[in-house]
Design a protein around this ligand. Structure first.
Ligand code: IDC
Length: 477
């Protein structure tokens, strides 16, 4: 509309008369667009195995700053598929793939780069794509148009403000799964270490402001797992009351800067489908109520047993959409076959999951162990699975699988050293005063109401507190 020759527009900008300002404001925009330099460089690295692969891409913006971006490429082989992605919203149509930026990584200044990725599957062969686009421009490693003639702005681009506070949630913010890791708001892998409640229907008096204050400050725990049994006088007997009790504990964890893992504690019967309708009702309610919070993680079934992986997977693919509809960005954890043993306790292994992953992104898989019962063959399988699946140890004991007996220090050390090395997050069974070896607190502690000092801890409690209270090393940028 305003066909003003370029020099006069400059003139208007620099020394424009008052009467020309409206014209200038309208006319300058197309100039900026016309001058916008585009350019990009993409690296694509893969780690591939029979039928599957992980792809990591670094996207570098060589042009003018962008505030959101879409990466595009085409798979060379028709059998290549994106299965589960991170750090971008991935879509595939035929062989064409796009990854759209998320809020946190949409702004890319000139020269800035970001990493994104996905797990994929392949059938014939798995060649890497050779050409990429960023916002439609082919990435040649240079700029597509000349650099703007205006000098770069002298004010620095806005930066993310540092976290306020030093609690685990203040530092790490909203979590998400990246590759096989749990990552914090900076996209860096972290490990959360914390405790699980016992059944809320039995031990409500163990979860008070005082006890959770001790867990956060004296134990320096990152995580509270909230175990809401469904059977055994649990959720099924009073859905409203148990939902409210869970929400209250989410708030108490949040107030102390701890993550809250909401555990839909199915155990007997072992088929999660038995509780499918209850799970949908429960998760619709807690996901809607807690959607805005950054500290919530959902564990949709505790320990499936006596059922196939395909049944568990089908359950997950029905419950996850209910959560996503209300709370799209939260991490969801899926139980595995054989009491969440990755199948090992029922003669299987993690291959069944790798070959048939749950079709949803931002998810992890559960592994549970009891140190006095589960040893090297389980550790070996966790080590093998950890490079291929995002794992979360949502429950483990230092004792036998009965929840009772003496602490197996050697096996507990071997397990926790392995989890630390692999950055696998964990919650210990239990922060309660149950009269059993796995409980961290001596019988009578919760009624007495004092939760610190050497006299309140059992052997397992003292061992776990020592492990958990060592400093975290959360990346802060
Ligand atoms: C146990 C409790 C015990 C309770 C029993 C039945 O420690 O007090 O009587 O459940 O509800 C699991 C389960 C967890 C078990 C725990 C120990 O997830 O509910 O708790 N365990 O047996 N899987 C393996 C062991």
């Amino acid at each position: 509309m305003f066909l003003i020759p370029r020099p006069s527009r400059r003139h208007l900008l620099v020394g424009g008369a008052v009467g020309s300002l409206a014209l200038a404001a309208t006319a300058v925009l197309p100039v900026t667009n016309a001058m916008a330099a585009t350019g990009c460089a993409v690296t694509y690295t893969t780690n591939s195995w029979q039928g599957g692969f992980t792809a990591n891409l670094t996207v570098k913006n060589l042009g003018d700053p962008v505030s959101n971006w879409t990466l595009g490429f085409t798979f060379p082989d028709g059998g290549q598929r994106v299965v589960q992605g991170w750090s971008a919203t991935w879509q595939q149509s035929g062989s064409a793939v796009t990854g759209r930026s998320l809020d946190y990584n949409g702004s890319l200044g000139t020269g800035a780069s970001t990493t994104v990725g996905f797990n994929g599957s392949w059938t014939g062969s798995n060649p890497s794509p050779t050409s990429f686009t960023l916002n439609g421009t082919v990435c040649t490693g240079g700029t597509g148009t000349p650099p703007p003639s205006t000098p770069p702005p002298t004010t620095p681009p806005p930066t993310t403000p540092p976290p306020t506070g030093t609690t685990p949630v203040a530092i790490n913010g909203q979590l998400r799964v990246c590759g096989v890791n749990l990552c914090n708001q900076y996209g860096r892998p972290i490990q959360l270490r914390g405790m699980s409640t016992h059944g809320l229907q039995w031990f409500a008096n163990c979860y008070t402001d005082t006890s959770l204050g001790a867990l956060a400050d004296d134990w320096r725990a990152d995580l509270l797992r909230i175990s809401m049994y469904v059977q055994e006088k649990g959720y099924e007997t009073n859905p409203t009351a148990f939902t409210n009790q869970v929400n209250t504990l989410v708030d108490k964890a949040e107030a102390r800067g701890m993550y809250a893992l909401i555990d839909f504690h199915t155990l007997t019967p072992g088929d999660p489908m038995y509780n499918l309708d209850r799970a949908k009702t429960f998760f619709a309610a807690v996901a809607a109520r807690n959607a805005a919070k950054k500290n919530v993680i959902y564990e949709i079934t505790n320990e499936p047993n006596g059922v196939s992986w395909s049944t568990i997977r089908s359950y997950a693919e029905q419950v996850i959409p209910v959560i996503r509809a209300a709370d799209p960005d939260a991490v969801v954890i899926v139980g595995t076959r054989g009491w969440s043993s990755l199948g090992v306790s029922e003669g299987g292994n993690s291959d069944e999951i790798v070959n048939n992953p749950v079709r949803a992104d931002n998810i992890m898989y559960t592994f549970h162990f009891y140190a006095a019962s589960h040893k090297d063959n389980y550790r070996n399988e966790v080590q093998r699975a950890a490079s291929r699946l995002p794992l979360f140890v949502t429950e483990f004991g230092t004792v036998t699988y009965t929840g009772d007996g003496a602490v197996d220090v050697a096996s507990s050390n071997a397990w926790l050293d392995l989890l630390d090395r692999l950055k696998i997050s964990y919650a210990n069974w239990t922060f309660s005063d149950a009269a059993e070896g796995s409980a961290a607190l001596r019988p009578g502690t919760c009624a007495a109401g004092t939760f610190t000092g050497p006299s309140v801890l059992t052997e397992s409690g003292a061992y776990m507190r020592d492990r958990i209270r060592t400093p975290d090393t959360f990346p802060t940028s």
